[in-house]
Design a protein around this ligand. Structure first.
Ligand code: PLP
Length: 363
């Protein structure tokens, strides 16, 4: 017998709690993926995604799969054997980009940075004279750091700029076109306040023209997907794979909620909550991990105080408050906590709740 599931306050690195509208939409009747009614949902969703990406790219779509599917799609469609991919690494997700790029057969030039610091755009841009792709993570969830993607966009030359916006989309300023992002992927489960399962994806026309024509992944081949999402030109929609219909309806509802509140207002709410949490943690005498000036509002990293058992505190929070916060990653697994303020959770009540619960747990 399965155990009944219970409500959790999701203040970890994601998934976050979802907007009620997004959850409600999961219960709508399932439509066929070529039903005209559903195609309207899909078109609305793509239009909403253009707004949160800050792009006019026709090829902006919800990829089936989580953020990692987006990462995979970004690389298999842009690089292969004989191509060079420069990857900025300042945390786990930069590391993962290197591995995904390597598997395409591309030569990977990794540019390492200290974890907790932002990437250095000049060093990344100078790492190779002629890369096909330069890739970086906008909001590194493993360390809580924001990097300057616009600066990298100004320095990229002829390279295609691939950007991971999994923890920034819907919560931080993101201007794909203005910043020169050619290919971007994200996730639904963080600041967009929708369950995990889709990867908001965007690719410019110029990058699409320079794509790998016969990528090793059939499922994530953007050339084939265009026939279904309607980005291939013409109004004929052709079957590629069965779209996850309820997830897309849910994303449509989540986007409507975010855009209805207003992107600036939603971002301001994330900024205020993130800052209040960080101030509150410092007032408790705790040390923040991410470099000052580059801290993410959506994900705060804080050092576990000397003598405190990180896992025991997280277990206490789960048992007594039904609250999840995240452990650190890699060498910081037991010395850092990661606390998310994302989507509907990005508000002052959450900050007060988390600070009070944490204070009790470490007392
Ligand atoms: N990139 C970043 C920055 C992330 O935070 C995550 C997940 O947390 C991913 C990529 C991978 O996304 P997913 O776990 O949805 O596959």
């Amino acid at each position: 017998m399965s155990r009944p599931l219970t409500f959790r306050h999701l203040f970890g690195p994601g998934p976050s709690n979802c907007y009620p509208e997004a959850i409600e939409a999961l219960g709508h009747p399932v439509l066929g993926h070529l039903d005209p009614l559903f195609l309207e949902v899909l078109d609305n969703t793509c239009a909403g995604l253009r707004q949160v990406w800050g792009t006019n790219n026709a090829r902006t779509l919800p990829l089936s799969g989580t953020g990692s599917a987006g990462m995979e799609a970004a690389f298999v469609n842009t690089v292969g054997a004989g191509d060079v991919a420069v990857v900025a690494v300042n945390g786990l997700f930069g590391e993962r980009m290197c591995e995904v790029a390597r598997r395409t057969g591309a030569e990977v030039v990794r540019v390492d940075h200290e974890w907790g610091q932002p990437i250095d755009p000049e060093r990344v841009a100078a790492a190779h004279p002629n890369p096909k792709v330069i890739a970086a993570v906008h909001a590194e969830t493993s360390t809580g750091v924001r990097s300057d993607i616009a600066a990298l966009g100004r320095l990229k030359g002829d390279a295609l700029l691939v950007t991971d916006a999994v923890t920034s989309i819907g919560g931080l300023e993101l201007l794909a076109d203005d910043w020169g992002i050619d290919v971007g992927y994200a996730g639904t489960q963080k600041c967009l306040g929708v369950a995990p399962g889709l990867s908001p994806f965007t690719i410019s026309d110029a990058a699409f023209e320079r794509r790998v024509k016969d990528p090793q992944s059939w499922y994530l081949d953007l050339g084939l997907l265009g026939g279904y999402v309607g980005t291939a030109g013409g109004s004929q929609r052709t079957y590629h794979h069965t779209a996850p219909v309820p997830m897309i309806a849910s994303l449509q509802a989540g986007l409507a909620r975010v855009l209805g509140e207003g992107l600036d207002a939603v971002r301001a709410r994330h900024a205020t909550a993130g800052l209040a949490l960080q101030d509150g943690l410092e007032e408790m005498g705790l040390d923040l991990f991410a470099a000052e000036g580059f801290r993410l509002p959506s994900l705060t990293t804080v050092r576990v105080p000397e003598g405190v058992d990180s896992a025991a505190v997280r277990a206490y929070l789960l048992k007594n408050f039904s609250m999840e916060i995240g452990a650190g990653v890699g060498q910081f697994a037991s010395s850092v906590w990661r606390i998310g303020m994302m989507g509907p959770n990005a508000n002052n009540a959450s900050v007060v709740f988390v600070l009070a619960a944490l204070k009790e747990a470490i007392a």
